[in-house]
Design a binder for this molecule. Structure first.
Ligand SMILES: [Zn+2]
Length: 155
């Protein structure tokens, strides 16, 4: 037995460094996904993919806007009020809580920009989850969303 072990190839000789690196990467991605899906935040942020590292090829400021929108952390009045940085959580135009959902989907102040967004993404009913689901990297949707965010001049 010991004589056979000395003559047999080492396991590291049988696995290429590329295959070993890929296996380690897959292991970490699997564990990240498992941790994410079991976290208390997953239910509210199902549209966010923790393992998609594909670059969007946007300006850094546009990427930040998209990711802050998806994580519902844009500095809306509701968010600022929650942090004690604004006197009121209410939208100046609608007098309802100015949340990311309100800004993106219902605020009358941005209806013209929203109509352009609708025309660019097609006849799909707008929903926060669908608009902020970037995993499919639908470039038409992402560019239209960036245009909406930028043209609103809100952030
Ligand atoms: Zn509003």
């Amino acid at each position: 037995m010991a004589k056979h072990a000395i003559g047999s190839p080492l396991a590291v000789d049988l696995i290429s460094p590329e295959d070993a690196a890929k296996a380690i990467d897959n292991h970490f991605k699997h564990n990240q996904l498992l941790e994410w899906t079991q976290s208390k935040y997953h239910a509210n942020f199902r549209h966010i993919s923790p393992v998609n590292l594909t670059p969007l090829y946007l300006k850094r400021s546009q990427e930040v806007l998209l990711l802050r929108l998806a994580s519902r952390s844009l500095p809306t009045k509701a968010q600022l009020f929650k942090c004690g940085l604004d006197d009121s959580p209410l939208c100046a135009s609608c007098n309802t809580n100015e949340t990311c959902d309100h800004f993106l989907l219902t605020c009358a102040q941005f209806e013209a920009q929203r109509e352009i967004l609708r025309n660019k993404v097609g006849p799909t009913p707008l929903s926060f989850g669908w608009l902020c689901y970037y995993k499919d990297l639908n470039s038409k949707k992402i560019k239209a969303l960036v245009e909406f965010l930028v043209s609103s001049h809100r952030f």
